[in-house]
Design a protein around this ligand. Structure first.
Ligand SMILES: *Cc1c(COP(=O)(O)O)cnc(C)c1O
Length: 558
């Protein structure tokens, strides 16, 4: 009995060792296979491509915006934290991906997904994504990105030219001059805003006489040397929260970000801005920058950039424009005058992954003065030499991918006129939606759209008469707020269409009240007037269901 047990144990051990050994060879073999470049159509990679393309096709062709899986149930499927021991087959991994991830991903391309700044992409970016990943260029330096460095500079110069429109000689001199920086390509608008304020801070608190400059000596020493009580950045209360991050990182703290109230049209109040500048000057606070917003994230409104440019110029302060969303209006003859004054900005942020219809990860910051970015330049003897062409020396990020490929391609394959068409069409459709909302008793438009963002709300039946007469009480408005919150959540959960939600302070009967607003972003080129009608009808249907059930309470707690 004991003997046979021993034998059994022994053979089990042998088996284990044996399988591990076999697996060792199998693992090496399998892993090495993954690295073989393969061009034949019968190759493993070609099969992977076909399978993945099918998955992409299925995903993009669905009109629904999402599956209706409960989020908590979804989270439950991602709780295992053990790394798999042996390499899995691509087929089985793709199947896992399809069932667990792709199936429950948001279809940001759906023509009825009209509540977010992320939307459909042109098909060429999917093909070029393969090329970009395959080449795996690292744009941090020319040793890993020989063609990509000047290629990126050219694409950025094209955008710079649209913003600033300097003479030919300017571009001839600076496009490929490694001492000049016309723009920096980063991961997004957040990083772009941070870099702009970083440049502004370093340039304004520069090295002088015995003082080494803020870059080397730090903020405390800089303020001390220049005799300031503190440092601030000033802009509208509707500035994107990336400015809070920037203020934090730059050492002025988020309390150093001065937020100026806005007028009824969501634009910075100019007299309050002038007053704030004067206050800071009298308190001996150093103003690092004044920020103008060209397309607020909430409602798309554009600050009066010309006036802000005047204020900044008079105060001799860096003028930054956050045009992450609204920047691409420069492509439109009809609408570009809404950005008048942007050409006077010292720096401008534009997101390529928003209204240039490029994949995520294309933030850009442009500089009026090509030497500005030297204020943040860093060199490293082993890689980033001073006179080199390396793009990493004037950047926040280090290694980064060749995302410029998409920008350069978009500027050619869509072109100036193509982008103009897309921008104009989005604004036109937004006006259509605003007109529909105005004509429907179920809805109330909350502000006239400047561009292609729209705020409105649903008015439940029992409040409609009072709403039309503008006689809603504060408690009526609160109830309407709760209803709209439930409506938006129920719509998102149903997954047939999507509108986002925000909170807006408005003046109602001479009183400031907080309103829950439904927020439409009409940027998807695939969205038609029929889709807009369908989304509004979907909301009416859901609202009726909500009114007739007591699910309101339940939803509120989500
Ligand atoms: C989107 C946006 C940002 C932030 O950009 P990310 O690309 O999300 O980092 C900043 N400002 C405005 C006005 C935006 O719309």
């Amino acid at each position: 009995m004991a003997l046979s047990q021993q034998r059994q144990e022994k053979s089990k051990q042998n088996r284990l060792i044996e399988t591990e050994l076999t697996h060792h060879y199998l693992v090496a073999d399998k892993v090495m296979q993954l690295f073989q470049p393969s061009s034949s159509s019968a190759s493993t990679e070609a099969k992977m491509n076909v399978q993945t393309d099918n998955l992409v096709g299925d995903f993009l062709s669905s009109i629904n915006t999402n599956s209706d899986i409960n989020f908590n149930a979804l989270v439950e499927t991602f709780t295992d934290s053990e790394v798999p021991i042996y390499p899995a087959n691509f087929d089985s991994y793709l199947e896992y991906l399809a069932n667990n991830v792709v199936n429950h991903s948001i279809n940001t391309s759906s023509p009825r997904f009209i509540g977010h700044m992320t939307s459909a992409l042109p098909c060429f970016v999917r093909s070029l994504a393969k090329l970009m990943t395959a080449m795996n260029q690292n744009v941090v330096k020319i040793e890993t990105a020989k063609a990509f460095s000047p290629y990126e500079r050219q694409a950025l110069a094209m955008m710079h030219r649209l913003v600033y429109n300097f003479a030919d000689e300017f571009y001839t001199q600076h496009v490929q001059n490694n001492q000049s920086t016309l723009g920096i390509l980063v991961s997004g608008g957040t990083a772009a805003n941070i870099i702009a304020l970083w440049c502004a801070r370093n340039k304004s608190l520069y090295a002088k006489n015995s003082f080494a400059g803020v870059e080397k000596a730090g903020l405390a020493a800089a303020l001390d040397y220049y005799g300031y009580q503190g440092a601030v950045v000033i802009g509208s209360e509707l500035m994107h929260y990336s400015f809070d991050k920037a203020a934090d990182l730059l050492g002025i703290g988020t309390h150093g970000l001065i937020k100026i109230p806005t007028n009824g049209n969501n634009q910075v109040d100019l007299s309050a801005l002038r007053q704030a500048v004067a206050d800071c000057q009298s308190k001996n606070l150093h103003i690092i920058a004044i920020v103008g917003v060209a397309g607020t994230t909430d409602s798309g409104n554009i600050d009066s950039l010309l006036d802000i440019a005047d204020i900044a110029e008079a105060a001799n302060v860096h003028f930054h424009v956050d045009a992450a969303w609204g920047g691409p209006l420069i492509f439109s003859e009809q609408h570009r005058q809404k950005l008048a004054g942007i050409e006077r900005a010292d720096s401008v942020t534009i997101d390529g992954h928003k209204q240039l219809y490029l994949p995520m990860g294309i933030g850009m910051v442009f500089m009026r003065e090509p030497q500005l970015a030297s204020a943040i330049e860093k060199n490293a003897s082993y890689t980033m030499r001073k006179d080199s062409f390396d793009l990493g020396k004037r950047a926040l990020e280090g290694s980064r991918p060749g995302m410029a490929l998409f920008l350069h391609a978009g500027l050619h394959i869509i072109g100036l006129k193509g982008y103009e068409f897309l921008i104009d069409a989005g604004i036109e459709k937004t006006q259509y939606m605003a007109a529909r909302i105005n004509a429907m008793p179920e809805f109330e438009l909350l502000s006239e759209p400047d561009i292609n963002l729209l705020l409105y709300r649903y008015i439940p039946q029992s409040f409609r008469e009072l709403a039309v007469k503008k006689q809603l009480t504060e408690s009526d408005n609160q109830q309407i707020n709760i209803f709209n919150e439930c409506l938006q959540k129920a719509q998102r959960q149903a997954g047939r269409s999507f509108i986002s939600r925000t909170t807006k302070t408005i003046t109602y009967l001479d009183k400031e009240i907080s309103v829950t607003a439904l927020r439409a972003v009409i940027a998807n080129p695939l969205t038609t007037q029929d889709d807009i009608d369908a989304v509004l009808n979907d909301q009416i249907e859901i609202a009726l269901e909500l009114s007739s059930s007591d699910s309101l309470e339940v939803n509120q707690s989500q």
